[in-house]
Write a protein that binds this ligand. Structure first.
Ligand SMILES: NC(=O)c1ccc[n+]([C@@H]2O[C@H](COP(=O)([O-])OP(=O)(O)OC[C@H]3O[C@@H](n4cnc5c(N)ncnc54)[C@H](O)[C@@H]3O)[C@@H](O)[C@H]2O)c1
Length: 260
């Protein structure tokens, strides 16, 4: 039995290339028969579009369009067009984060005001803005999943500003869950273990984070992006119908360990 019902429509935010966690989620949704609307962050030379189109070969979307989630009008227009193309909007996947390099590579107390605001806007407000739009089209209820990391809960050296953003993101998930529940819409986060992607390559000491994860995690296998995508699909699906406002760790158990 398919965990997701056939003929559902999903918006997936955060495909940058074939290694993006959003791409692994989109592929699995596609294999379950879900129609997809994908947005991406455009650049002036059109390079990002080419990388996104290559990634999308594995999950041909019904609708593909640039959308800067920090621009209110673009967000509104994207969701409106996505809804028209999909016919129904049942799932939203938010796999988006950004912080300026200089503000992620410095100590937290050295973060600039501008960098802080930009990181919070891209990594947290983008969820709020997209949930507001998505929920207005989820007339039959729906399910939303965002992606977080353990650095929201405990200090992970190097994760710094992004840890502050992820704490705010997880808190937003809880507050949004309370407001969305009466509308029949669930929202949860998957706290993924460290995986090599474009976003994670910006994090200082990322290779030590990966090494620690592989050494300390109770499950000694290597964490795969597909593992994270499976958790996202579970939370989206009706099998998780009694779960909302939750953070589901998908990290081979790394988060339960004390450093050793
Ligand atoms: N890779 C990891 O180790 C890891 C672990 C835990 C959580 N996460 C989270 O997973 C999510 C996806 O990251 P990823 O690792 O797949 O990297 P990624 O770089 O492939 O994805 C990040 C996406 O955010 C998009 N984005 C940033 N600012 C945007 C904006 N203003 N408007 C629209 N899109 C914007 C980028 O274009 C990109 O597609 C992020 O929230 C990240 O923090 C990643």
């Amino acid at each position: 039995m398919n965990p997701l019902e056939i003929s559902k429509g999903a918006v997936v935010l955060g495909v940058a290339n074939s290694r993006s966690l959003a791409s692994f989620v989109a592929e699995k949704l596609h294999l379950e028969g879900t129609r997809l609307a994908i947005s991406y962050l455009a650049d002036e030379k059109g390079r990002s579009r080419r990388r996104v189109e290559e990634a999308c070969e594995k999950f041909p979307p019904t609708f593909l369009s640039p959308c800067n989630l920090n621009r209110e009008e673009e967000v509104k227009a994207f969701f409106k067009e996505a809804f028209v193309s999909l016919g129904s909007l049942d799932y939203l996947v938010h796999a988006v984060a950004f912080a300026p390099l200089e503000d992620i590579r410095c100590d937290t107390m050295q973060v600039s005001r501008e960098g802080f605001l930009q990181a919070m806007e891209s990594s947290v407000y983008s969820l709020i803005a997209s949930v507001r739009e998505a929920s207005s089209y989820m007339k039959e209820g729906g399910s939303i999943v965002t992606l977080s990391y353990f650095g929201s809960e405990k200090v992970v050296p190097g994760y710094n500003l992004m840890g502050v953003c992820k704490s705010a993101l997880e808190s937003a998930v809880r507050y949004l869950a309370r407001e969305l529940g009466p509308l029949g819409i669930r929202i949860n986060a998957v706290s993924a273990g460290a995986l090599k992607t474009l976003a994670s390559s910006a994090i200082p000491h990322f290779s030590s984070m990966l090494e620690a994860q592989e050494k300390i995690s109770p499950l000694r296998t290597k964490l795969l992006p597909e593992d994270v995508a499976e958790s996202v699909l579970y939370l989206l699906s009706d099998r998780a119908r009694a779960i909302t406002g939750e953070v589901l760790h998908t990290d081979n158990g790394f988060n339960i360990m004390s450093a050793s």
